[in-house]
Each structure stands twice: as structure tokens, then as C-alpha cells.
Design a protein around this ligand. Structure first.
Ligand code: IPM
Ligand code: MN
Length: 337
């Protein structure tokens, strides 16, 4: 079956890394159909919609979305919602997979990291029910049994998959702060432990989020799969990526009911946008996740092997200490495919 991907470069370096990643996808899977669309902050400024309804319809009809980055304002702008948040909510993409690993020849703060953060992606504090009354502001944090079970199932399935692929026992670390937030995080924890009982061959442990943040810095190798509520997962995934060589290497998959959305974890990087030196690796690794999700693990592996080979040559972009442009790096990867 021909697969269709909707490529949405978005803002800033998204315009550079997404076309590069699409070329790699086309080289691996020549039958793929690629449609292009625009969304993001610039689209909002031009059209009044960050994610126009035609784009949403195109995304719905596709087998995957490959999304670049958006330059969101940090203050509230009337009518603006980050497209990625809208995709997650509308398509019910309630699990966010964020694999983090070290790579040969790439300087990292630790060696031999190989972990996967499974982040709850639809609820928690991200329901954005915030209010302000004069001097007081507050937010609602919603945790449901259904939402917690859904993401816990994904985490344990991923752990089972990793156990098979790596030929060893896998472990899920449940992240929470149930000592303080004993109702909301208490529910998340309770449901996760319940799901764990259906996976007796997978080791389970729990960590308070603050302790987990420290242990990640000290010895990230002890982690395998981390199951985390939305905001904790957001924070820990940037931390883990930073330990393993930076956001330039961090891909992600938003999966759930509707069309899955794959995106590099990094943002629009306006400081280097337009210079042709952005690192397309996270976008390419997001393509690898897409290929895996579509059931082409061998193609995903080929892409990862090609990337590893290029890294060994040192012909990498400036963020990784090299002098290659986005175009040169992409050429090197294509040659090795
Ligand atoms: C991420 C990003 C998003 C998030 C922002 C852009 C809304 O930081 O994908 O991690 O907070 O989820
Ligand atoms: Mn984030």
C-alpha cells in the first residue's frame, strides 16, 4: 500500500530540516507520496490560523504528518494555538514517544544512554484551563483513569518491544509526584501499577519526578522506559536529550487515534534559521520512527546505520562540532543509503 505523508516544515529551521528529512524518506521508500502544507506562527500571522482547516483535513487523510517546528510566542496571543498542541488534541495523539540515545563520535555528557520517554500527551496541565483573578492565577490539572491507562499500555508495550529487540529484560520507571499531588499523580501511579501487573516479564519501578531528574543526570544508563505525566515528560525529555548530545538529535512520535505526527523535539531556532547549517538529524530520526510505526523496521534501521556512519566521519553540522551544512550532511546520508 502506498503511504502518504503530509510534510509541514513550519517556522525557522523547520523549513530546512523537513525537506532534508523528506529526501531521505523518499530514498528509502520511493513509493511514498509526499504532500506539502504550511502551518505555524508565520501562517498564523498571514492567515489568522496557525493550523488552517484545509491542512487539518490533509493531515487527516495522510498516513503520517512530518512536522518541523513553530515559533510560538510565550505570552498569550488571541486566537493562536501551537499547531502541535492542536494535532495532539484533535487526533487524540495521547502518547508521545521520545527515544534518547547516545551516538558514536558525538560528545555527550554520558555514554551508552538508551532510553525511551513515554509522555502522556493529552491531559495533565496541558488542558490549558487557566484562570486569573486579579493577583491570583491558577490552572486545572486533569488526570483520568482512561488517559493514564492508555499511555501506560503504550509504555509497557514499548518496553516489551525493546525487550525483544535487545534480548534482555526491560524496565518501566513510573514517574510521578504522588507524595504531594496524591489525588492526580496518585491516580496516574495507581493505574500505571495496575497495568504493570499484566506485564510480569517487565520490571517496574517508580520514582518521584525530582529524584528521577537527579538520577538522570547522575546515571542515565539505569533507565529504560520512563512513563511520565505530560509536563514531567516534557521537562525530562529535554533533560535527557541534553545529556545525550543535545536537542539536535532528539526525535519524537505523537501517536494515538488519528494520523500520527512525527517531529524533531527542537524548536524553530531563529538564531540560526536561514543559514543552511541546521542539523537535520532529529528530523531524519523522526522519519525513522515513522518507518517503524508503518511497519518497516528494517528501513528505519538502515537510516539509523547510515546516520551513525556519517557521524563517524565527523562531517556533521556546527551544533555537533563540525562544519557541514544541512545540504552536505544530507548528501552524506543519502550516499550511505
Ligand atoms: C514539545 C514542545 C511543546 C510542548 C510546545 C511547543 C507546545 O515543547 O513538544 O515538547 O510543550 O509539548
Ligand atoms: Mn518540550
Amino acid at each position: 500500500m502506498t503511504k502518504t505523508v503530509l510534510a509541514i516544515p513550519g517556522d525557522g529551521i523547520g523549513q530546512e530540516v523537513i525537506p532534508a528529512a523528506v529526501r531521505v524518506l523518499q530514498a528509502l521508500l520511493p513509493s511514498v507520496r509526499v504532500n506539502w502544507a504550511q502551518a505555524g506562527w508565520e501562517t498564523f500571522v498571514e492567515t489568522g490560523r496557525a493550523l488552517p482547516s484545509e491542512v487539518l483535513a490533509q493531515a487527516r487523510a495522510a498516513d503520517a504528518v512530518l512536522f518541523g517546528a513553530t515559533a510560538s510566542p510565550s505570552g498569550r496571543v488571541e486566537g493562536y494555538t501551537s499547531p502541535i498542541l492542536e494535532f495532539r488534541q484533535r487526533f487524540r495523539l495521547c502518547a508521545n514517544l521520545r527515544p534518547v540515545r547516545t551516538w558514536p563520535a558525538i560528545r555527550a555528557l554520558h555514554n551508552e544512554i538508551d532510553l525511551l520517554i513515554v509522555r502522556e500527551n493529552c491531559e495533565g496541565l496541558y488542558i490549558r484551563e487557566e484562570q486569573r483573578e486579579g493577583e491570583i492565577a491558577w490552572a486545572t490539572r486533569r488526570v483520568t483513569q482512561k488517559g493514564s491507562r492508555r499511555v501506560a499500555e503504550v509504555a509497557f508495550q514499548q518496553a516489551a518491544h525493546r525487550a525483544r529487540a535487545r534480548g534482555r529484560v526491560s524496565k518501566v520507571t513510573i514517574i510521578h509526584k504522588a507524595n504531594v499531588l496524591n489525588v492526580t499523580d496518585g491516580l496516574f501511579r495507581e493505574v500505571a501499577l495496575e497495568v504493570a501487573r499484566a506485564y510480569p516479564h517487565i520490571a517496574t519501578e517508580e520514582r518521584l519526578v525530582d529524584a528521577a531528574a537527579m538520577l538522570l543526570v547522575q546515571s542515565p544508563q539505569q533507565f529504560d522506559v520512563l512513563l511520565a505525566p505530560n509536563l514531567y515528560g516534557d521537562i525530562l525529555s529535554d533533560e535527557a536529550a541534553g545529556l545525550a548530545g543535545g536537542l539536535g538529535l532528539a526525535p519524537s512520535a505523537n501517536i494515538g487515534e488519528g494520523t500520527p505526527v512525527f517531529e524533531p523535539v527542537h524548536g524553530a531556532a531563529p538564531d540560526i534559521a536561514g543559514q543552511g547549517i541546521a542539523n537535520p538529524m532529529a528530523a531524519m530520526l523522526s522519519v525513522a520512527l515513522m518507518l517503524e510505526t508503518w511497519g518497516y523496521p528494517a528501513l528505519a534501521q538502515r537510516l539509523q546505520d547510515a546516520l551513525a556512519q556519517v557521524l563517524l566521519t565527523g562531517r556533521v553540522t556546527p551544533d555537533l562540532g563540525g562544519a557541514a551544512t544541512t545540504e552536505e550532511f544530507t548528501q552524506h546520508v543519502l550516499q550511505r543509503l
